[in-house]
Design a protein around this ligand. Structure first.
Ligand code: G3H
Length: 482
């Protein structure tokens, strides 16, 4: 209801993780602040979402779909005006390059517009009547209630809106909790939510998860948890609900996506795709390639080219032209990556690229580790950063077993030319993961494609139309023909 637009309570100051030179030496720039809510204030947000939903009788859940769409269209129009401000914050707060920040913004706008189109299609189907065995019925898609939306720091805008927009357009009311890093860009959007949606439909909360999220979920009044982030946190959140079976979860979680590289590949293309897959946004993507299995017949040629190309990448600040590697926004992540490297080296792996292992302030140079084996932590754990483990293999059973035994099951990339081998592997791999990429890196897009995973990688399916289904339930109005 606009309270946060004129907030007078406690504020949390935010400093950029990027070091800048000042006359006093290196320092971190102050980039803004955000409201720090107490538990009581967070619970008011829940109350507001519940009131607006009003057990399904509120103005928003009962509004004609065409009218809800108008609100979302108005929101999209106003949101586009915030591009410059949001892109700037993406660079300073999470260190995303200017080009990638622009892409995140544009992709989000496109996602909103595609969701509107998909909702129009769904509505056309839903308003049809069917007659079966003397029963005339209208099959509808109805909202579920209050949705808690929480996005991750690596896509703080896109992956929050990925759940927020479909949840809203389906008639749910929403509590939005921005990630701790990537929180500031949600402030300029607050006033647009206030202007474009009825009171209580979108409620943003800020603060410590334990203080502001836990009590809301523990109230048992949230119907859907839409969370993109770590598998461990998803488990904790779900367990906070007094009746977890009543909480629908739409989750996008961790992965350990593997590339399998066979001897007959086009080496230039494979190296290019593997660099994009492992190092786009410094490897901080749930969809990143996180381990490379390379056939022994091609390992020397592959490593030589891969290491050389990686050392040629431009490492620098987000605003520099054509920059490939930017600072890592979290110190803890830097320490974790260092430990993974040390562990692998202690157990026999080497850093094989010349610039590997260099760390300058928050700039972490991409580091290729070889040969990696199953005794090393990096073989199993999701590094979420620019450290790349390479495993040699002779028998295809090695990478296949790895994928079968992994705790994760999002995607795999298969690099090969022989169509018979490719087709055989696709048939077995597609039963282990949810996307098999042939001669290309792993990725989520295009966003109209289903995006999900097996095991600890996901629950429910995202994408434009799948998300509409995820945030709704099929209901029926049926009458007997008399
Ligand atoms: O972090 C997970 C994102 O959904 C990745 O999306 O593959 O388009 O970078 P992307």
């Amino acid at each position: 209801d606009g309270k946060l637009c004129q907030w007078e309570g406690d504020m949390q100051e935010v400093y950029s993780p990027i070091y800048t030179k000042t006359s006093q030496g290196l320092s971190k720039k102050f980039i803004g602040k955000y409201p720090l809510l107490t538990e009581k204030e967070a619970m008011e947000a829940l109350k507001s979402a519940l009131n607006a939903y009003d057990e399904g009788r509120g103005q928003w859940p009962t509004m004609a779909v065409a009218d809800r769409i108008k609100h979302v269209e108005e929101f999209a129009f106003r949101f586009k005006e915030k591009k410059k401000e949001v892109v700037n914050l993406l660079m300073w707060e999470i260190c995303k390059s200017y080009e990638d920040s622009l892409k995140e913004f544009d992709r989000t706008v496109e996602y909103i517009m595609d969701t509107i189109d998909a909702m129009k299609d769904l509505d056309r189907i839903s308003s049809r009547f069917v007659i079966e065995d003397g029963v005339i019925a209208q099959i509808r898609r109805s909202p579920l209630g209050v949705v808690m939306c929480m996005g991750p720091y690596n896509y703080p805008l896109n992956e929050t809106f990925t759940t927020l927009i479909p949840a809203l357009i389906m008639g749910n009311t929403v509590i939005l909790k921005p990630p701790k890093m990537g929180v500031l860009l949600h402030r300029p959007i607050l006033s647009i939510f206030k202007d474009c949606f009825p009171k209580g439909v979108v409620n943003t909360i800020y603060g410590q998860g334990q203080q502001v999220v836990a009590p809301i979920i523990a109230s048992g009044k949230v119907n859907v948890l839409a969370f993109i982030g770590s598998s461990e946190v998803a488990d904790i959140l779900r367990k906070q609900h007094p009746k977890p079976h009543r909480l629908r979860c739409v989750l996008g979680l961790e992965s350990k996506n593997a590339a399998i590289i066979l001897p007959d590949v086009d080496l230039n293309m494979t190296v290019k795709e593997c660099i994009l897959g492992t190092l786009s946004f410094n490897g901080q993507r749930c969809t990143a390639l996180k381990i490379l299995f390379v056939h022994s017949d091609i390992i020397d040629a592959f490593l030589d080219k891969f290491a050389n190309e990686i050392d040629r990448l431009k490492v620098g600040m987000p605003w520099e032209t054509n920059v490939n590697i930017t600072p890592i926004p979290s110190n803890d992540r830097i320490k974790y990556l260092e430990k993974l490297i040390q562990d692998a080296r202690d157990l026999g792996a080497n850093i094989i690229n010349n610039k590997g292992g260099i760390i300058k302030e928050s700039l972490f140079y991409p580091t290729v580790l070889y040969p990696v084996n199953d005794k090393m932590k990096i073989y199993h754990e999701e590094q979420f950063g620019p450290v790349i483990p390479v495993v040699p293999f002779d028998d295809i059973e090695i990478p296949t077993r790895y994928i079968i035994e992994s705790n994760y099951g999002q995607q795999v990339s298969l690099f090969a030319k022989d169509p018979d081998i490719i087709s055989k592997l696709i048939d077995s791999l597609v039963n282990q993961v949810c996307r098999v990429n042939i001669n290309s890196q792993c990725q989520r897009g295009p966003d109209v494609f289903p995006f999900t995973g097996r095991k600890d990688s996901a629950e429910g399916t995202l994408s434009v139309s799948d998300a509409l289904r995820a945030f709704s339930i099929r209901t029926l109005v049926a009458a007997k023909e008399n």
